[in-house]
Design a protein around this ligand. Sequence first.
Ligand code: NDP
Length: 336
Amino acid sequence: PTVFISGANGFIAQHIIKQLLDSKTYKVVGSVRSAAEAEKLESDFGNHPDLSLVIVEDLSKPNAFDSVFKEHGASFDYILHTASPVNFAAKDLEKDVIVPAINGTKSIFQATVKYAPNVKKFVQTSSVAAMVNVNSSNTTKEVITESSWNPITFEQGLENQLNAYLYSKTAGEKGLWELHKSSNAKFPLVVINPTYVFGPQAFDSSAKGSLNASNEVISAIVQSKLNDDNVTNVKGGFIDVRDVARAQVEAISNSNFNGRRMILDNRNFSSQEVADIINANIPQLKGKIAKDVTLKEVGPGFSANIDSHVSKELLGFEFIDFPKTVIDTVDQILRV
Ligand code: NDP
């Protein structure tokens, strides 16, 4: 079977592709934005015969996926849509964050319905961002489950960079469920909603310079100095990237996931815990990084209690624990 994956050079996507190819079951067609990105990724995967890459320049463009799907869609059995802006430095929140998330989801879904008649499942990478409540304070002990929806409005989405991301994921996922219903698509949807995703990059070559947005939480501690009082103590749920990839590969073949939103969350973490794990396990950094990470306000909604027991039971595998995630991530940062 052939899997089409959007945003193939992304942090999570590279791990998914790795596991798909390692399974020796799937061929993979991935989309990236440029020929240079395609070349880099092909070489990272050792020019694997079962991986080919195509170019989709910008998710924002209407019908962005049409030409690729017109040409190759008949060969696709499964669609994994992972591409979406994860950019907390964006200047134009609507143009750079919100529009690509919403339009990208719409255009890949419509291209699937129109040009990919053999597709058996569509798996979307959403986020708990689409589930937490932007209006709840950090002291509210709200419980988030697979049926929770973020009530965030477009106007709130324009307020700041975090809100733009929360809105982009919420509106993108909502739009997908609505389209799926109104198009009477023959294939089921599975939506994956991870908390903060951490872990090493699939290849050392991607760990040079700045990391993907979520891993910057770990990188900030690695870069910190002892007695640094400027490090934000990020708190929330976490899941290792290798578990996110495993869940996505499982989602393809496991019909028990069909029609569901799956929360991927191991347990809560804090930047303080990152510092403690590094101090206890990485001799090279011990005593050199921030010891007491000052507690600052975390983003809205993220202190909610996540009840993901339904998803955990369906997944049925043991998640990688936080110390291993942190140690593997930091080891790679130090190596490169
Ligand atoms: P990355 O930033 O590593 O990957 C994002 C991918 O989307 C890249 O391939 C990027 O291409 C592509 N992309 C972004 N904007 C556009 C655009 N306008 N047009 C075309 N392609 C675009 O992020 P992650 O791997 O962390 O995230 C992957 C998915 O997982 C996203 O949907 C994200 O919302 C979701 N997620 C991530 C979490 C995390 O903590 N990391 C948590 C929960 C959900 P390029 O490299 O060229 O910019």
